[in-house]
Design a protein around this ligand. Structure first.
Ligand code: NZQ
Ligand code: ZN
Length: 388
């Protein structure tokens, strides 16, 4: 078991009706000037926007609407930083999915610095503090509500890069699974695929302990079971709640304390896909997953190969009841296809023309040559070609 140093300062308030019950009490701990960040309108259609404004009617409210999926540095992060500086914002309330919250984290860090906001995002300039963040998360997927990272896209350079700072852990996250009743099927499925992949990124590593294996296999079994329930019945509270619980823990590290690092290769490759083509993150991951598994099974030798065989076999055995590594890879592919996720790049509008460019971008920026199974530019290109 490897050493770990773990702390999550985020308060989770989980369940039906928690916003009405506790938002005012929580927001009273911060100052009067509140910036509310949100996306393209789902919170207006669901009535959450009106509810939040009503609950915060005594506050001085500023708004940053229109944050897009795969949130953009320009205009969203820059606009948010401007508002925070100009109006001396005390607290930011993020209401929406992971994209809104990720963008909020970048704003919160960059607004407390005189450095170039892009330098803050890429870590060239240090984040020394951040405006406190409270969030109401409406999509079960990223786990951004319980982690210290955000992923920001810069369109002109096709960059989609992760921003990390312990200062941008949300102070408080409200998680009401009933908000996910209104999710389009596509987003429900992409969210589940994102979380399964977060778990796989932590499961597929060199050194691991049996308790973590059981924890992660159990979470994936729960996701596999419950996504089928909500496809039949989108307002099944118990199933939505269990999905949200699994996704909230996804990127926090808690699934794999004591395991060795993996390098998160599938995320590194997917971020190039959504950075270059603006596709839905969870769909990109579902497409990459079985191809990455196949690549590491076929390309490794010796002790590393034995580790790869053991991990792929045991994942398949304990999640899908398969016996061999090949069956395990086929099972995850068939599961995604069976619930309706597009499983080739062509289905999401990507052809071979930019594979070389994307592989180069990943090799340059993501450090995968030091991953558990090291990947070089030609490996990344081969995996992407296999995804076509
Ligand atoms: O913009 P609005 O109108 O709000 O609509 C959103 C958006 O169109 C909609 N939506 C959200 N909640 C809804 C809803 N529609 C109906 N009912 C609801 N309750 O869903 C669409 C997608 O939203 P988005 O926030 O983009 O999705 P998600 O939460 O999956 O976030 C994806 C982003 O997070 C990054 C991804 O790369 C991607 O940029 N990630 C963040 C991570 C983190 N912070 O730890 C880790 C992940 O691995 C991931 O990379
Ligand atoms: Zn993810």
């Amino acid at each position: 078991m490897v050493n770990f140093d773990y702390q999550t300062p985020t308060r989770l308030i989980f369940g039906k009706g928690v916003v009405a019950e506790k938002l005012q009490e929580v927001m009273a701990q911060y100052g009067n000037r509140v910036l509310i960040t949100y996306g393209g309108g789902s919170i207006k259609r669901s009535g959450l926007y009106d509810q939040v404004l009503e609950l915060l009617k005594d506050k001085e409210i500023y708004e940053l609407p229109g944050i897009e999926p795969n949130p953009k540095f320009n205009p969203s992060v820059l606009a948010g930083v401007r508002i925070c500086k100009e109006h001396h914002i005390d607290v930011i309330l993020s209401v929406g999915g992971g994209s809104v919250l990720d963008c909020t984290k970048a704003i919160a860090g960059a607004a407390c610095s005189d450095e170039d906001p892009w330098d803050i995002v890429i870590g060239k300039a240090p984040t020394l503090k951040a405006i406190p963040i409270v969030d109401i998360i409406t999509l079960a997927a990223t786990g951004s509500e319980y982690d210290s990272g955000g992923v920001i896209s810069r369109t002109e350079s096709n960059d989609k890069l992760a921003y990390f700072s312990p200062y941008v852990f949300p102070a408080v996250s409200f998680i009401d699974p009933t908000y996910t009743f209104t999710l389009p099927v596509k987003q429900t499925l992409a969210g589940v695929a994102d979380c399964i992949n977060h778990i796989m990124e932590q499961y597929f590593c060199g050194e691991h302990i049996s308790m973590n294996d059981a924890f992660m296999e159990g979470a994936v079994r729960s996701l596999v079971r419950n996504v089928k329930v909500v496809l039949e019945k989108p307002d099944d509270y118990e199933a939505r709640a269990e999905i949200f619980y699994a996704t909230t823990l996804g990127c926090n590290g808690i699934y794999a304390l004591g395991n060795s690092a993996s390098g998160w290769p599938m995320h590194a490759i997917e971020h190039a896909l959504s950075g270059h083509y603006d596709i839905t993150h969870g769909e990109g991951l579902a497409i990459v997953t079985p191809r990455w598994m196949r690549h590491i099974l076929n390309s490794t030798t010796g002790e590393l190969h034995e580790q790869v065989v053991e991990r792929i076999t045991s994942f398949g055995q304990n999640v899908f009841g398969t016996a061999t590594p090949k069956e395990s890879i086929q099972a995850i592919h068939d599961f995604y296809k069976g619930i309706g996720i597009p499983m080739t790049l062509r289905e999401v509008g990507i052809d071979e023309s930019r594979i070389g460019e994307m592989a180069h971008h990943v090799a340059l920026n993501e450090g995968l040559d030091e991953a558990w199974v090291p990947l070089h530019e030609e490996d990344i290109a081969a995996i992407l070609r296999d995804c076509l």
